[in-house]
Design a protein around this ligand. Structure first.
Ligand code: NAD
Length: 251
């Protein structure tokens, strides 16, 4: 139980990668602050953690709003006393259009939810970790943060930005005992991806055909990597970007 007694904030923990990671960290003994925009989804994650014998709270927040980010950090500290681990993960995929076919509002929405949210989360969580002697952070980027990907230009722009924020935070706070890394998942079977596949069947089939491992990834496979990176077995991993994509970016 390597994460026993540690306090973890996980955004987007009502679904997909966030929920799988919340369950994994709780299983390893961490106290979980489940953050999500959708109350019912977040409460379900809390119930699943409690049913398995773990401890969690739900904090409703829109991660694109700075005051709500500040509040989820504050609420977590009020409940559990500190923040040791942070999975800065909530995000949306976008509509699946070529760059010039997006509206300005679509650009803004994706940037707000996928990039501003990550900077806000880093700001408020790092401020808290500095008070208690350090911690570890994983930001969720994407294959589209490492290479260009058809039909998701604003998404790719935000995920490249997440990697820039990760590397810079890592070098700024390494001496404060705060590690900051990013994961770059390929196509993982979550509600977000299932919906994207329904909305964009041709793009999705091409994506599937391009995966060397021949299948989608599973949320639990991401959770295993995040739990490792956040935990005490990775003390010298800082500022790194981990591809977990079935070989897609090896091509
Ligand atoms: P998901 O849709 O299953 O879960 C995302 C969760 O985030 C949902 O519970 C949703 O309610 C929440 N959320 C959305 N907007 C929010 C907001 N403004 N404030 C608070 N919560 C909000 O998606 P997922 O596949 O688990 O994606 C999680 C992260 O992983 C995202 O950043 C996504 O870009 C990234 N990612 C996913 C894949 C994949 O294939 N699934 C690949 C690469 C990266």
């Amino acid at each position: 139980m390597s994460h026993t007694g540690k306090v973890a904030i996980i955004t987007g923990a009502g679904s997909g990668l966030g929920r799988a990671t919340a369950l994994k960290l709780a299983e390893k003994g961490a106290l979980i602050s489940v953050v999500d925009l959708v109350e019912q989804a977040g409460q379900e994650t809390v119930q699943q953690i409690e049913a398995a014998g773990g401890k969690a709270i739900f904090v409703k927040a829109d991660v694109s709003k700075a005051d709500e980010v500040e509040n989820y950090v504050k609420t977590t500290v009020e409940a559990f006393g500190r923040v040791d681990m942070f999975f800065n993960n909530a995000g949306i995929s976008g509509p699946g259009l070529k760059l010039a076919d997006h509206s300005i509002e679509q650009f803004d929405q994706i940037i707000d939810i996928n990039l501003r949210s990550v900077l806000y989360g880093l700001k408020y969580v790092i401020t808290e970790m500095l008070k208690t002697g350090g911690g570890s952070i994983v930001n969720t980027a994407s294959t589209a943060g490492v290479v260009g990907v058809q039909s998701v230009a604003p998404y790719a722009a935000t995920k490249h930005g997440v990697i820039g924020a990760t590397r810079t935070a890592a070098i700024e706070y390494g001496k404060d005992n705060i590690r900051v890394n990013a994961i770059a998942p390929g196509t993982i079977e979550t509600p977000m991806v299932v919906q994207f596949g329904k909305d964009n069947p041709e793009v999705f089939q091409a994506t599937l055909d391009s995966i060397p491992s021949g299948r989608l990834g599973k949320p639990e496979e991401i959770a295993n990597l995040v739990a490792f990176l956040l935990g005490d077995e990775a003390p010298y991993i800082n500022g790194s970007v981990y591809s977990i994509d079935g070989g897609v970016t090896a091509q």
